[in-house]
Design a protein around this ligand. Structure first.
Ligand code: ZN
Ligand code: ZN
Length: 133
């Protein structure tokens, strides 16, 4: 059974739900209407994660939290500016089946994280290269 949510935890969960992308604890703090310090928010996030209201992924030493019904997540992340996009299209279901056949794992969920350069950073780096050229 899931434990009851306090007002604070509920508020944090709402912020994460409303976001279209995974958020760091600092970003959640900025978006939230609650006044709290980082250790309070980390405690709440740990609780929400343990209770499987939210899930997380780590990138460059920063933990990003997102909401998902089954724990699945599909993201593009820019290695320069750390901009994250979520995409809806699940490309993993066939792969999941294959994993089961090949390794015998019963797959419960998946997180797809594609790393690269966002259009803005590609532009920026191209221009920088040209000006140096
Ligand atoms: Zn970028
Ligand atoms: Zn998927």
């Amino acid at each position: 059974m899931q434990s009851k949510l306090t007002k604070l935890r509920k508020g944090i969960l709402e912020v994460i739900k409303d976001s279209k992308k995974p958020l760091s604890a600092k970003a959640i703090l900025n978006l939230s209407s609650f006044k709290m310090d980082l250790s309070t928010i980390y405690r709440a996030l740990n609780f929400l994660e343990e209770q499987r209201y939210i899930y997380s992924l780590s990138f460059s030493g920063v933990k990003f939290y997102f909401e998902s019904k089954k724990g699945n997540g599909h993201f593009l992340i820019c290695s320069e500016c750390h901009k994250i996009l979520e995409f809806e299209n699940c490309v993993a279901l066939g792969l999941q089946k294959k994993m089961k056949e090949e390794y015998g794992y019963e797959i419960a969920s998946h997180i797809l994280l594609f790393k690269g350069l966002c259009p803005k950073c590609q532009d920026y780096l191209n221009r920088k290269r040209e000006s140096m050229g």
